[in-house]
Design a binder for this molecule. Sequence first.
Ligand code: AMP
Ligand code: MG
Length: 407
Amino acid sequence: MVESKYPLIPVEEAQRQVLAHVQPLQPVEMRFDAALGFLLAEDVYATDNMPPFAASAKDGFAVIASDPSRERRLVGEQLAGTIEGLRVEPGTVVRITTGAPIPPGADAVVMVEQTEERDGRVVIHQEDVESGADVRPPGQDIADGQLVLGRGTRLGPAEIGLLATVGQTNISVHPKPKLAVISTGDELVEPDRAPGPGQIRDSNRYTLAAAVAEAGGTPLVIGLGRDVESSLEELILRGLEQADAVVTSGGVSMGDKDLVKPILERLGAVHFGRVYTKPGKPVTFATVDGKPVFAMPGFPVSSLVSFEIFVRPALRKMHGYLDEFLFRPEREVVLANDVYHSAARTEFQRAVVTNREGELHATTTGFQGSGRLLSMVGANALLRLPYGEGDFREGDVVTALVIGDIH
Ligand code: AMP
Ligand code: MG
């Protein structure tokens, strides 16, 4: 019997080894408004109060709350964006707009709907005006010196707006990881070609490039390598030169043309070459001069599931996500059908999870063959069927990795 020289290791151990060899990419400076989707490499603090001055929350009149007079004299108007030098004394009010500074003397705002104005005088209809009413004190929203965004925060619309608010227009972020994608196999042709005898269309290159992009990385499609050592080596070297990491597919099992492992051995260090997992047992991880190389098995489902389990968390770490956000969220789900599973390895079966009145139900996506990419189409979860446990029955509860939206 021909035995692989690579020991079989558990999934969790393999994931641990990958993350131990991957670091967040060196931060770069960037304009805040170009940074959508990037992750902060630094903490951001406010250097002012927001609002910076006591500001009116309404259009109305700035008043002295304890002033007993119902009718008061209008002494002027304070609009947003200026300082008028007006002062509110007992028996007077100042007209004020939303966002305008509260004039000295005043300690509350009465909204215009509660007033009546005639001949330069204002009648206040509201009883019991409280001191501070409709006044936004300085620092109500953001205090000077406050930590507003922590390192590892992903910048979305609110975060970018907040950077504008605090005036941090140049920020330090981790670049988006660039991953080179290479498929290998003499039987593969471009998808727009009709396959000849013994040939099939290359799908993994496109699947993996899309998976890189969806995970927040930039895919760099290097091409299709023939099963010739020199050709594959050249493509891998090109990928290493141009990208932060390389993802290959095919050529890692036990056939004569499975050349990827020996090439990686020569170029760098292979950390593992087999994992107790289905699909994806021959998944391989190496580093070459510190850069990660992920070699996915060729079967389309093995390739994409291996990406999910091993590459995506690494890509997110390079991207700057903190450790607690590297993996897919996991949920307990109730099986809606029987599931056959060998206890010999951890298996990731594809499933559609739906929310039925708060309980999550999982239906597997039909035949779970490693070549059947259709089993991945529409799946929003991977059921993690653990090593050491056998078949599951309808109604059993298992853990699911959530890879899409649950409805
Ligand atoms: P390998 O891992 O190279 O032994 O390939 C395993 C199986 O996956 C074979 O049936 C290949 O034809 C198929 N395969 C390998 N690479 C691809 C690819 N890029 N696209 C579609 N199928 C592939
Ligand atoms: Mg092959």
